[in-house]
Ligand binder design. Structure first.
Ligand code: PLP
Length: 418
């Protein structure tokens, strides 16, 4: 057992953190001769044993290519792949399994929407509205298609507290706005954005809206049908699943109206040199052999989250972030970026006199893993007058004792640099 873990780690609502930790083999690893303190789950979460076992079991017992074989093994693999799609559907609260498109990651989901949905509709002078707190994955794909068509990406401002200025956001929805794309939970500030209000604003003006839920679905329950967004993306590797698999949710009527994005096997209905017709959704957007095992294991990861209960996960992680805020605020010279009303998952900071890179390296000497740099959010850092910061982020397996270890490490670093 991790020596730094809480001994009385059962939280008020009954989440037994020690039992959770026991399911993550990597948490038993030592770093620099000390127990690993993994505080970089916003970059990627670690994997529970049941997800790892599912991958192995699939390759050992169920593996074949899908949708092409008449033989039993291929049919078994196909059935497991289909079942994973239904698990994602239930996880997101989508009305129809055809609304779930498997992609490589959140980034690919946004690129798919930019190229297939938006590009054919864009005209010179059109606008795509995002916010200053977006991850580059929710800026650059729009910039690329906008650049080609003489359109532009408009950033809505955020406040000093690190929240979207909703009045300013609403003002920026103009007759030229063709798309709104907003992050649900910031990967740097941890701000939980009022996506319900943003979707309502977008729908009132008839503008399609994409929600980047890469830092949301692992931290809180989601219901896309109730939310009413047109598109939503997330990554398997940040959701306790494998890397290389992600999800694009798209409302059926939107997906049905979209042309294919990539051509190849599986996405066609009939091919001839005279012309090709395309498959139904979602297969029309899934050219070539997917990460079959990864998709099946993602289904397992969502089962795992379902068994834990996302409400319990959310309460546990909210308590951890609250604890971190209080502990880090005591450290001389430490500045936490933003002060949002609701913060989940991540918290970024700077330390007077210390470069974020130095903070990361010194913490690593104590076996503590945090991220340093711009976290793929350069415009957000520019908004705060910075080029980089350090970021701690939590998963369901983290404990208050680990946050205390981080705070103690930061105190020592603060003393060295001031
Ligand atoms: N959006 C947000 C908010 C993120 O935090 C990330 C990754 O950190 C992404 C998108 C891109 O995720 P991926 O690299 O898995 O595509």
């Amino acid at each position: 057992m991790n020596a730094r873990a809480d001994t009385a780690a059962r939280t008020a609502d009954g989440l037994d953190v020690e039992a959770v930790r026991a399911r993550f083999p990597i948490l038993r690893t030592e770093m620099q001769g000390r127990p690993l303190v993994y505080l970089d789950s916003a970059a990627s979460t670690q994997k529970p044993d049941q997800v790892i076992a599912r991958l192995t079991r699939f390759y050992e017992h169920d593996y074949a290519n899908i949708h092409r074989g008449v033989y039993e093994l291929s049919q078994r693999a196909s059935a497991l792949h289909d079942e994973a799609r239904r698990k994602v559907q239930r996880f997101l609260g989508a009305r129809d399994w055809r609304e779930i498109v498997f992609v490589r990651n959140a980034t690919e989901g946004i690129n798919l929407v930019a190229w297939s949905f938006l590009r054919p509709r864009l005209e010179p002078g059109d606008e795509i509205l995002v916010t200053e707190m977006e991850h580059h994955a929710n800026i650059v794909p729009w910039q690329i298609v906008a650049g080609e068509r003489g359109a532009r990406v408009v950033p809505a401002p955020i406040t000093d507290t690190g929240e979207i200025d909703l009045a300013a956001f609403a003002e920026r929805i103009t007759a030229r706005t063709r798309m709104i794309a907003v992050v649900w939970v910031s990967n740097v500030l941890g701000t939980v954005n009022p996506v319900e209000e943003i979707v309502a604003l977008a729908r009132a003006k008839g503008v399609p809206v994409l929600i980047d839920a890469a830092q949301a679905v692992q931290h809180r329950p989601v219901d896309v049908a109730a939310l009413g967004c047109d598109f939503l993306v997330f990554s398997g590797h940040k959701t306790y699943g494998p890397s290389g698999v992600g999800v694009l949710y798209g409302r059926a009527e939107r997906l049905e109206a979209m042309p294919p994005w990539q051509g190849g096997g599986d996405m066609i209905e009939r091919v001839s040199f005279e012309g090709t017709t395309f498959n139904e959704i979602p297969f029309r957007f899934e050219a070539g052999t997917p990460d079959i095992a990864g998709i099946v294991a993602l289904g397992e990861a969502l089962d795992y989250l379902g068994e834990l209960g996302l409400e319990r996960v959310e309460r546990h992680e909210a308590a951890l972030i609250g604890h971190a805020q209080r502990a880090l605020a005591q450290i001389p010279g430490l500045r936490i970026l933003g002060e949002p009303r609701e913060r989940r998952g991540a918290l970024a900071f700077t330390l007077e006199g210390a470069h974020p890179q130095d903070i990361g390296m010194l913490l690593d000497l104590e076996g503590i893993a945090v991220r340093t740099g711009h976290h793929c959010a350069m415009p957000l850092h520019a908004r705060f007058g910075l080029s980089a910061s350090a970021r701690m982020s939590v998963g369901v397996y983290n404990t208050e004792a680990e946050i205390d270890a981080l705070a103690a490490g930061l105190r020592r670093i603060a003393a060295m640099f001031q």
